[in-house]
Every structure is written in C-alpha cells, then in structure tokens.
Design a protein around this ligand. Structure first.
Ligand code: AMP
Length: 422
C-alpha cells in the first residue's frame, strides 16, 4: 500500500466506524445513568483563554508548565482544553448558573488535549467523562460523585478496581501541613529534583506526587497530611468515609494522594485498575472549594471527577468485555433491474418510518454481489425483488440467519420487521 501523504498528529487517533459502537454504547450508558443521578449535561468550547487554564490549574502543574497546546490569533491567546473542571467553572460563573438555585449537578463527555509523551493509555487527544457538582460543601455531594464514577465502571463490568482516598484539608490545614513539609524537606533541599525544588516554596504538596527517582526516599518519610487536618477537615473526611461505607463502597486511604491540580481541597480520590499497566488511573477527582473564587466567582464549594475513556476501553479489552457488539442492519433490499432498484429506493423510507434499519446496494452490483454485501453488512433479513416479484406483489423475504425464505407482500414484510425491531 502507498504511504499516505497526510497523517494525524502524534498521540492523536481517528476513531473509525469499526470502533465507534463501543463509544456510542458508553456515551449512551453515561447519559442514561447520569439522568438517574439527576446530573445535567454541559458542553463548553474546545478552546479556552490561556489565562483561565493557567490560573485555574496552577502555573507549576505539569499540565500548564509542559503540556498545553497553546496558540495566539491577534491579541487573543487560546489553549486546547486540557481538562474540563476549570472550563465548567468558567461557564458556571459566566452564565450565572448559581441563579438556577441549589447545587448545579453537571456532567460532560468530550475530548481533552495534553502534549504528553504518548504511550499505552496516554494520548495527546484523549476523552474524558466527568461530573462537577458546584454549590454544595456537604459530604453527600462528594459521595454521590464517587458513587456515580464507580457505578459506571460496575455497569460495564469493571469491578476489579481500588478507590484511593485522601483528604488534603481545608486551606488552613493545608498551610499548616505545607509549613511542616517545608521544615522537613529543608535540610534535604539540595537532594530534591529540579521540578520539586521549583515547587518547594509555592506548592510543596505536589512534591508528594513526584515521579522523580531522587525524590522518592524523601517522600517516603515525609510527614502525613492526615496528621495536620483541623477539626472541620477531619469531620468532613470522616463523613465522606462513613457515607461511602453506608453505600458499601470500599476504599483504601492513601495519605500521599494529592492529585495533579492546585485547586483541590479536602477530599481527593483516584480509581485505580490493575488491568491497566503503567498508566493505572482510570479516573480521579476531588473537592475544589477554592477554584470558583480563584477565577472570579463568589466563594463556592464544589466537587467532581474526570475519567479517561480510552483507559476504560483498555480495561475492557483486558477483561474481555465487548461493549460494541456486531455491526448490523435489520434489512437489505436486494434488487434485480432498474425498475426494482427504484422500487427499493422508495420502500426504504417506509421501513425507516416504522423504526426498521434498512439499506440497499449503492454500487449497481449484481444480485449475487448484493447478497454477499447483505451478509457483509450483517443484515438480519433480505427482501429480494425482480420484475416478477413486482408484477405479483409478492417478494422473497429471506431470513439471513436461518437461511429460510417465504413469499410475502411488502405490507406483510414491513409489519413483521416493525414487530421485530419494536
Ligand atoms: P486528570 O484530569 O489528570 O485527573 O485525569 C483524569 C483521568 O483522565 C485519568 O485518570 C486518566 O484516565 C485520563 N487521562 C489523563 N490524561 C490522559 C492522557 N494523556 N491520555 C489518556 N487518558 C488520560
């Protein structure tokens, strides 16, 4: 085969018709289940102002410092959205969604962009679904968000997962902990990796998240955030754990879990799968009570998660779960001659009107080739039409699976098909 002249960018892939069914299945499932939780969908633009993402996520995060796709046009600076929490919060503030009353329970599905080094489970354009509940500080909202996340994986059959849970406290607890962490790290400052040195002053918590080898021995003996939580933070964390237990959702506490973005407060969580290999995080999230104010809104508590769709599919593959099923069409009209072909074209809308999926040959092929095509298209039935059939008003109705045929009127056929697909 000739080498194609153009290709997708590194880390970006086409989703082809043979794979699309699993995407559609998952997206439908998410929408149905979100409806049961009374979450409403929100869709925001693919591009956002650079400043929103920088402020929202934090200058020193990996995403902002290394991974954003950014460009400018005239005086405007754009980024391809690397995640959706900051954009959803921007939409909440910009559109005064607080005026709808109560807490806003939002969900999304869509593509995100990060210029990471591609590997299995890591792409530059990838897809997430997620939930943001804005306006509630109650642990009920943390737990409903986590419950929804786990519910989706369970519905699909991915049950071999671990929910890791931590609290990084409210701003007061975090300040106390940051001080303790700096005091502990200071004598070993020179041993820290370059990136951790940069984080030392402004956000030493992120050092705990470091993957750099030289940081690991220091991280192992670091003080634990859980020892620095104030009463309010302890009480919120305890309620989250109690409510999770009430729902029968098991979790593993991980005092080193801090998550990538700066806007998190209190609850932090991650869903890990042993079926994923090196990139083992299926989803992650937490509470971000500081973000809304940070980007110009009124102080408003919020909690959410984001889940990687490609990683969910990798887990499915490993577990032998087939979400897509076979391509199929209810009926294929096989025609002989121009007269029959025009008749077939006119019957298609009538069948579709009755909820039947129907197709015919577009290539002017022989009857034999059309039968082959009907098989390839996985047609459940075929209607075979030639001049004789048209004259008699009786058509060969073939059950492709059972290889059985009978002669029926078009009305009889369309009623049968409508019944089958009802
Ligand atoms: P984050 O927004 O970084 O908390 O990521 C949430 C989830 O999105 C992760 O747990 C992954 O499942 C998925 N994810 C993040 N980055 C990528 C990527 N570059 N490629 C594929 N999936 C990703």
């Amino acid at each position: 085969m000739a080498q194609p002249k153009y290709s997708t960018h590194l880390g970006m892939v086409d989703i082809l018709p043979d794979e699309i069914r699993k995407w559609q299945f998952l997206e439908n499932l998410i929408r149905e289940e979100a409806h049961k939780f009374n979450f409403e969908e929100i869709r925001t633009p693919i591009m956002e102002q650079t400043e929103l993402i920088v402020r929202g996520l934090g200058q020193l995060t990996d995403i902002v410092s290394k991974e954003i796709f950014a460009f400018s046009r005239g005086d405007d600076n754009y980024v391809l959205r690397p995640e959706l929490t900051a954009p959803v919060v921007r939409a909440y503030v910009e559109n005064h969604l607080d005026q709808r009353g109560g807490s806003q329970k939002l969900y999304y599905i869509g593509p995100m962009f990060r210029a990471e080094r591609p590997q299995k489970g890591r792409q530059r354009q990838f897809h997430q679904f997620g939930v943001e509940v804005i306006g509630s500080s109650d642990a009920v909202s943390d737990v409903e968000v986590i419950a929804f996340m786990i519910h989706i994986y369970h519905k699909i059959g991915i049950t071999n997962t671990t929910l890791k849970l931590n609290s990084i406290g409210d701003p007061d607890s975090r300040e106390a902990y940051k001080d303790a962490l700096r005091t502990y790290l200071k004598p070993n400052y020179e041993k820290l990796s370059e990136i951790s040195k940069k984080r030392f002053e402004k956000n030493p918590l992120r050092i705990l998240d470091s993957k750099e080898e030289e940081d690991q021995p220091l991280i192992e003996n670091a003080p634990l955030i859980t020892d620095y939580l104030n009463e309010e933070s302890v009480s919120h964390y305890s309620r989250v754990k109690e409510y999770l237990t009430d729902l029968g959702i098991s979790f593993e506490e991980d005092p080193y879990l801090v998550r990538g973005m700066d806007y998190y407060t209190q609850t932090a969580f991650e869903l890990i799968s042993p079926d994923l290999g090196a990139q083992d995080a299926l989803a992650g999230g937490g509470r971000y009570d500081l973000l809304i104010e940070e980007i110009g809104g009124q102080p408003t508590p919020a909690v959410g998660f984001a889940a990687g769709i490609e990683r969910l599919f990798i887990a499915c593959e490993e577990l032998g779960i087939d979400l897509g099923g076979e391509k199929e069409v209810d009926v294929y009209i096989v025609t002989l001659g121009d007269h029959a072909r025009r008749w077939g074209l006119k019957q298609l809308p009538k069948l579709r009107e009755k909820g039947v999926s129907a197709t015919m040959d577009y290539m002017g092929r022989s009857m034999k080739a059309q039968m082959k095509d009907a098989n390839r298209e996985n047609a459940r039935y075929a209607i075979i039409v030639g001049e004789n059939e048209l004259n008699e008003g009786k058509f060969t109705f073939r059950d492709m699976k059972e290889s059985k045929e009978e002669a029926l009127s078009f009305e009889e056929i369309s009623n049968l098909l409508a019944e089958q697909s009802a």
